[in-house]
Design a protein around this ligand. Structure first.
Ligand SMILES: [Zn+2]
Length: 80
């Protein structure tokens, strides 16, 4: 049996609680960052009317629902 004084028990409890808080904070930031990156990847800005839309499909060409212009997703913006 491990023998602890009350002070040691309190110190251990506080330490464990602090580690847990840091751990859950890290998990929360990590999952928020993932959600934001996923959202940014889907976001497409129309080159013609500059409206921003979220596009779920996998096609490289995206037709703007507002003005009907064709836009290319991703970094390569050679279209138009
Ligand atoms: Zn547009």
């Amino acid at each position: 049996m491990i023998e602890l004084t009350l002070t040691e028990l309190a110190a251990w409890s506080i330490s464990v609680a602090m580690v847990l808080v840091v751990f859950f904070e890290w998990i929360s930031r990590w999952s928020n960052g993932n959600a934001e990156r996923r959202s940014l990847r889907r976001r497409v800005q129309c080159r013609l009317c500059l409206q921003v839309h979220e596009e779920e499909g996998r096609e490289r060409i995206f037709r703007c629902p507002h003005c009907g212009a064709e836009n290319e997703k991703g970094r390569n913006r050679s279209l138009g």
